[in-house]
Write a protein that binds this ligand. Structure first.
Ligand code: PHE
Ligand code: ZN
Length: 896
């Protein structure tokens, strides 16, 4: 058993760095095998006390160390595997470090690494210390000048942050580029890229009339696939000016696509590095969902230029300061883009669709996290490995917390708060408290009686709060009383804190009331167009009294998902059906339909265990028929309404959890709905068969039509409808875009007779094997298929195109199987496979391995036989030595 646990770092232990580092000069002699880095660092002591200078450094080989030009000997400093410590005796001094690192051997993809034939860096959170010894923490900000030297034919393009100050040729076929970043920045925002690239560029005028060069660099031959990315970047620049009043501050903004990348993308100042899956797109290689994701991620990284870079984090506990806020901004950006150019009704529907997708993602990824061993507040109190805290909680729940402030303050006051935040903190490394203080002061400038005192507790508590709703209707008095109460019991490591008190939170709960016919009840105090009332719950329990309510209301709760909570309220199936058919709030309407379907799935899952007869789905079927017949609903919205809730959302209401039973139930219900609504699906299919009038367009309206059509196709295929095979085959063969082609292929794979699916899969690979992103999809489709068992996924990994070293490929196969093949992974062989892959990956890439290690986070709630099997698998990982800090933290917390 492992005893050498990594130390835990606590938020309360923060101490400022005792030195300033106004200037940093870096000289790179780039080479894939062995890169030489010469650093000149000018330090200034902050206080009087001569504190030691402790620099971070890992996986480096020291060549020489000079203090004020004098070579130091081993007596003058202490070197460990993680630090370099000096005791300088002057208040100002220059340190010169020369060291080597090995990009080619760097499979962790942190620091300087090789991808394809090029060199890239990744420094967030703590990767810069693999480049040179440095105060590698976000509150030490420095102005960088970077000189890159490399072989000119192998690395013709040499990029770093800021402005290009000069280039020249050197002897022996080498060349040099000098980059100067005018903005002080923390080391995690440093980047360099060297290699051969295509480039697509344009020049834009910013609001104040400055012109800026926007560039997208990608692998040779991929330039035809970067038009969409550049368009998205232009939209991002324009949107941040108009919606947030934030202008691009650089002469040059570059994005480079990398094939090997641990995450989605990285906001390095002026030199974003992206996973190529969030850059490259053309109709044959990207689906509608990828076009949308590209827009959102390009927006996200661009928006970081202000929220993250101009104002950065004081320490990593403040990560949500930049991430939650920037996710909120990218969500709003996408919503505005989707609604752009539409009439009011369609625009509202487009926004609702975006909200639905974001909330579904929160529930799939964040709610389980917040109920498991890794649960943490959006501002964590402690961590062992910061790489493990780039989580759905920090990002998605963080964005929900920002959104609640936006809801409470309103757009105008929220924007005033943003302005105030930059007025106070531009150029600084700050805390979440600083952000909330700026928001509060903008609010109080307009409404002196309001404050965020109770609201701040959102930053301190883990867990998804439960809001219980109680309705009392007094017919004689025509009075309706609504009582809300909140609770949020300890989760994760909170459970080890003795005497922990979790105070009540400030929770905005948007509600509406309908009568029994589905008409909006005019409630006193409600918004006159939507009938929505905002109840601000700030205590453990509160009641609101509504007079002159003519009839007992049907409650429409948590409209627009006004807070990241769960609602507990007894509602009959008939009430859910009424809301699904009539609620004027599109989010709540969708929610009601999903709740109805989820109940059906839970029934089926329970029956599946007991082998009972199929449940009666009449009410669900009728509700869906009403929805299908409602001409006011847009195709994109209808596609969400008619989708069955994801297994991971349904499972949250099942104890003990039986994931395979839920997956089985979902397949079964899909088949039943496919059979019983076959005429409707056929009608929908034909109505939207040609989503674009002309050539493929990824716009949200066309994408919505394709989504609905392909949903219909999947129901027909699930039902083995006699026409489905031809429709799928024709669509697969004749469509001009990947969305439809993949949907055709997926439908063929649903066929009971495996031969049409197999034939199509083989043909698909033959046609697209040259495009790694398409090959990833080909792998993913198989790894997540209900037909793929453990032995099949092992066979898939024998394919010559498979490798664990490229994160996208590992994700396409291993992660798809372990995280999304609920039907086939939840058995002892599946768990053993998972444990084996975690251990193998850990030796290659700890960050990726640690993510895989979280696949069964909520195992403690599984049925007893599954629980025992997961525990065994977890123990087998834990007992494997050596484990990375990343995986060790996850596994130890899971076993606690
Ligand atoms: N900061 C990046 C983002 O949110 C994510 C990231 C974290 C990328 C760590 C790489 C490493 O946009
Ligand atoms: Zn981010």
């Amino acid at each position: 058993m492992r005893t050498d646990l990594a130390p835990t770092i606590h938020r309360r232990d923060y101490q400022a760095f005792p030195y300033l580092l106004p200037r940093t000069q870096l000289f790179f002699d780039l080479d894939a095998e062995r890169t030489r880095v010469h650093a000149i660092l000018e330090f200034e002591r902050v206080g009087d006390a001569a504190l030691p200078l402790v620099l971070n450094g890992e996986q480096l080989t020291l060549e020489s160390l000079l203090l004020n030009g004098q070579a130091l000997t081993t007596n003058d400093y202490q070197l460990t595997t993680e630090t370099l410590t000096l005791n300088p005796d002057s208040a100002r001094f220059t340190l010169e470090i020369t060291a080597f690192c090995g990009p080619q051997a760097n499979t962790a993809l942190m620091g300087l690494y090789v991808s394809g034939n090029s060199l890239f860096t990744q420094c967030e959170a703590e990767g810069f210390r693999r480049i040179t010894w440095f105060p590698d923490r976000p509150d030490v900000m420095s102005r960088y000048t970077v000189t890159l030297r490399a072989d000119k034919s192998r690395y013709p393009v040499l990029l770093s942050n800021g402005n290009l100050a000069g280039t020249r040729d050197l002897p022996d076929g080498r060349h040099e580029a000098v980059w100067e970043d005018p903005f002080p920045k923390p080391s995690y925002l440093f980047a360099l890229v060297a290699g051969t690239f295509d480039c697509r560029e344009t020049t834009v005028q910013t609001r104040s009339g400055r012109s800026a060069l926007l560039q997208i660099y990608s692998d040779p031959g991929t330039r035809p696939k970067t038009a969409w990315a550049l368009e998205c970047l232009k939209r991002s620049v324009a949107w941040d000016e108009t919606r947030f009043g934030l202008e691009l501050d650089l002469d040059r903004f570059m994005i480079v696509a990398a094939r090997d990348f641990n995450m989605g993308a990285m906001e390095n100042k002026g030199l974003n590095v992206f996973n190529s899956s969030y850059i490259l797109a053309d109709p044959d290689s990207a689906t509608d969902a990828s076009y949308e994701a590209i827009e959102s991620v390009i927006g996200h990284e661009y928006f970081h230029n202000w929220t993250g870079n101009r104002v950065t984090c004081r320490d990593w506990f403040q990560l949500s300061l930049k991430e939650g806020l920037t996710v909120f901004r990218d969500q709003e950006f996408s919503a505005d883009m989707m609604a752009h150019g539409l009439g009011p009704h369609e625009a509202a529907s487009a926004r609702a669709v975006k909200r639905i997708d974001d909330v579904a993602m929160l529930r799939v990824a964040q709610f389980p996290e917040d109920a498991g061993p890794m649960a943490h507040p959006i501002r964590p109190e402690s961590y062992q490995e910061i790489g493990n805290f780039y989580t759905a909680t920090i990002y998605e729940k963080g964005a929900e917390v920002i959104r609640m402030m936006h809801t409470l303050l309103g757009e105008e006051t929220f924007q005033a708060g943003i302005q105030e935040y930059f007025r106070r903190h531009d150029g600084q490394a700050v805390t979440c408290d600083d952000f909330v203080n700026a928001m509060e002061s903008a609010w109080q400038a307009r409404q002196p009686e309001r404050n965020l005192k109770v609201f701040r507790h959102w930053y301190e508590q883990a867990g998804t709060p439960l809001v219980q709703v109680h309705l009392n209707y007094d017919a004689a008095q025509q009075r309706c009383t609504i009582t809300l109460s909140q609770s949020n019991p300890p989760v994760g490591i909170e459970r080890q804190q003795q005497g922990l008190h979790k105070p009540a939170l400030h929770i905005p709960v948007a509600i509406g009331m309908l009568d029994k016919q589905g008409q909006t009840l005019a409630v006193p105090g409600a918004d006159s167009t939507t009938g929505t009332v905002m109840l601000e719950l700030t205590q453990t329990e509160q009641s609101w009294v509504f007079e002159h309510v003519p009839t007992a209301p049907v409650l429409s709760l948590l409209r627009g998902f006004s807070a990241p909570v769960r609602i507990a309220y007894e509602q009959a199936d008939a009430e859910l059906a009424l809301l699904a058919s009539h609620d004027t709030d599109p989010f709540a309407r969708w929610e009601a339909g999903q709740a109805l379907a989820a109940r059906q799935l839970l029934l089926l899952a329970a029956q599946h265990d007991a082998a009972q007869p199929a449940a009666d789905i009449t009410l669900l079927k009728h509700t869906w028929q009403t929805l299908i017949a409602d001409a006011s609903l847009t195709p994109a919205y209808l596609a969400r309404v008619l989708s069955l809730p994801p297994e991971k959302i349904v499972m949250a209401d099942m104890l003990p959890m039986n994931p395979a039973a839920v997956a089985q139930a979902r397949l079964q219900l899909r088949q039943q709905l496919g059979e019983q609504l076959a005429q409707e699906w056929l009608h929908i299919y034909h109505a939207h068969q040609h989503a674009d009038a002309g050539a493929y367009s990824p716009d949200a309206v066309s994408a919505g039509r394709r989504a609905l059509k392909n949903l219909a196709l999947s129901y027909l295929a699930a039902a083995q409808h006699p026409q489905a095979l031809t429709l799928a085959q024709t669509q697969y063969e004749q469509s001009d875009n990947l969305t439809d082609r993949m949907a055709g292929l997926a439908a063929l794979m649903q066929w009971k007779d495996p031969s049409p699916g197999q034939a199509a899969l083989t043909g698909f690979y033959d046609s697209w094997q040259g495009d790694p992103l398409i090959v990833d999809r080909w792998f993913a489709l198989q790894a997540s298929s209900p037909a793929t068992q453990v032995q099949d996924v092992r066979r898939l990994m024998q394919h010559p195109a498979f490798t664990l070293r490229t994160p996208n490929r590992a994700r396409a196969v291993v992660f798809q199987f372990c995280q999304n093949n609920l039907l086939n992974v939840h058995n002892p062989q599946g768990y053993a496979f998972w444990a084996e892959q975690v251990v193998t990956l850990d030796a290659i890439n700890p960050e990726i391995a640690a993510r895989l290690a979280r696949a069964f986070d909520n195992w403690a709630q599984y049925a007893p036989d599954l629980r025992d099997a997961v525990r065994q698998a977890l123990e087998s990982i834990r007992d494997h030595a050596p484990l990375s800090k990343n995986v060790a933290e996850i596994v130890n917390k899971a076993l606690q």
